[in-house]
Unconditional design. Structure first.
Length: 100
């Protein structure tokens, strides 16, 4: 995916240290919007599953309320503008301890 790349997260820059794929689990991820905003989340499931859930939540209205509201208000409900990236894989025992 983006191993060794730096992701610009506003005033922060994050270096991706691990090789992550859409099938990686226990991942902290970021969703980028065209408006230069971003959403950070975590999943214990495969990333592609979680990303699909986010896209479906825009249609159903069930899910992360701030994400859904932002996509509807700013991007007119267009989920094709979303870009996803895995930031870091976390060992399963530590996953529940992550707060963001």
């Amino acid at each position: 995916m983006l191993t060794g790349k730096n992701l610009n997260l506003g005033i922060l820059e994050h270096r991706i240290k691990q090789y992550l794929t859409c099938r990686s689990c226990y991942v902290v991820y970021v969703i980028f919007f065209l408006c230069k905003r971003f959403y950070i989340g975590k999943t214990n499931r495969a990333m592609f599953t979680r990303f699909r859930e986010h896209k479906n939540s825009v249609v159903t209205g069930k899910g992360a309320p701030r994400l859904i509201e932002h996509i509807h208000q700013v991007h007119k409900g267009n989920t094709s503008i979303l870009t996803f990236a895995g930031l870091e894989q976390v060992p399963a025992p530590l996953y529940g301890a992550i707060k963001y």
